[in-house]
Design a protein around this ligand. Structure first.
Ligand code: MG
Length: 344
């Protein structure tokens, strides 16, 4: 197997602000694995607060022995091998996992969603994220979301109610709320959650600090809508640590290290009676297609990456009435005018 890769800077349509950070673009590494005349495509999205960079991703790739990866791919063994090289680095591990899953589908001539047992008819709605901004820009962003049936709102600053009122002045769509650990007072947080419920919020992501298990559990015991872990739950092993503190989890493939482990998280979360949102980082169609393939196994989806960026180099996945449409293409189903002009 041969690996090649390039750096790609994914530009955001609007500067992206959440409770603790703001940025205008995201560094990516686009990975291609070639084997027996077939090609698998992958992507690492390295949002700065997760600690990975193009340099760390390249350093990780240089340590991988590609000759170990032969079909049929033994994904549990591969995940163990990648973790044995170095802890962390989930985004570049995800890029390798995507490319191997894409290859696997092409070898088997089956779409990834079929391999993971996902039923296209069970595709959930996907939300469109509105970042923190001025009231004028927020209204513009809501207008941009005309193809979506749910909005995701980033809260966690001191003007949360004002921001929701701005959105409600132009839209009555249901809301997914992401507090991004921004709330510190649990009594104030539960009051806000009840108010948000009255405003049409259907779930709340990571209300308090990821390390404040007790505070998040206190809210979960009282909230009228599901409370989900995001920053507090990254990989499979984290599910045991957050047990009892949340109604559900937000799985992101750039945190889990890819599709194989995300699927293991879905199975385990279900066995624990938890709800599941599948989310994303700033990603092109490549990583988003990996998320879409698993989305029918989840309750909610927030896979809006290609719609929030201005230079996605691939064809955008088809969206119909706010839901992605799975195509019967082998592997991830990545399409573009000429993928080899983009990939090395
Ligand atoms: Mg989140």
């Amino acid at each position: 197997m041969q690996a090649s890769y390039i750096s790609y800077n994914l530009e955001l349509k609007h500067p992206f602000a959440i409770a603790k950070f703001s940025r205008t673009s995201t560094p990516l590494l686009l990975l291609k694995l070639s084997c027996d005349g077939l090609e698998g495509f992958g992507e690492a999205s390295m949002v700065p607060y997760m600690g990975e960079s193009y340099a760390s991703a390249v350093a990780f790739l240089s340590r991988v022995d590609w000759n170990r990866f032969t079909s049929p791919f033994n994904f549990p063994e591969i995940v163990g091998y990648l973790d044995s090289l170095e802890a962390g680095n989930p985004a570049i591990k995800a890029a390798i996992d995507f490319a191997l899953n894409d290859l696997n589908g092409k070898i088997l001539n089956k779409p990834c969603f079929e391999i993971y047992g996902a039923d296209p008819a069970k595709m959930p709605l996907t939300s469109y994220t509105i970042g923190i901004d001025t009231p004028e820009i927020i209204k513009e962003k809501v207008a941009d979301a005309k193809h979506f049936k749910v909005l995701k709102i980033k809260l966690g600053r001191d003007n949360d109610k004002e921001l929701i009122s701005t959105i409600r002045s132009v839209s009555n769509l249901p809301l997914y709320i992401d507090a991004n650990q921004g709330w510190t007072d649990r009594k104030q947080a539960i009051e806000t959650i009840y108010w948000l419920h009255d405003q049409g919020a259907v779930l709340i992501e990571q209300p308090m600090d990821k390390n404040d298990k007790e505070g998040n559990a206190w809210l979960t015991g009282r909230s009228p809508i599901p409370i989900l872990a995001d920053e507090a739950c990254q990989r499979l092993a984290d599910l045991d640590k957050i047990h009892g503190a949340y109604h559900g989890i937000n799985i992101k493939l750039m945190k889990s290290g890819g599709m194989y482990e995300a699927h293991q998280m879905i199975l385990k979360a279900r066995s624990m009676g938890m709800k599941i949102l599948i989310g994303c980082m700033s990603e092109t169609s490549c990583a988003i297609l990996a998320g879409i393939a698993l989305a029918p196994l989840c309750d909610w989806a927030d896979l809006d990456g290609p719609w929030l960026t201005s230079n996605n180099p691939f064809a955008a996945p088809e969206l119909k009435e706010g839901r992605y449409v799975l195509k019967n293409l082998p592997g991830l189903g990545l399409e573009g005018s000429d993928l080899n002009l983009i990939y090395p």
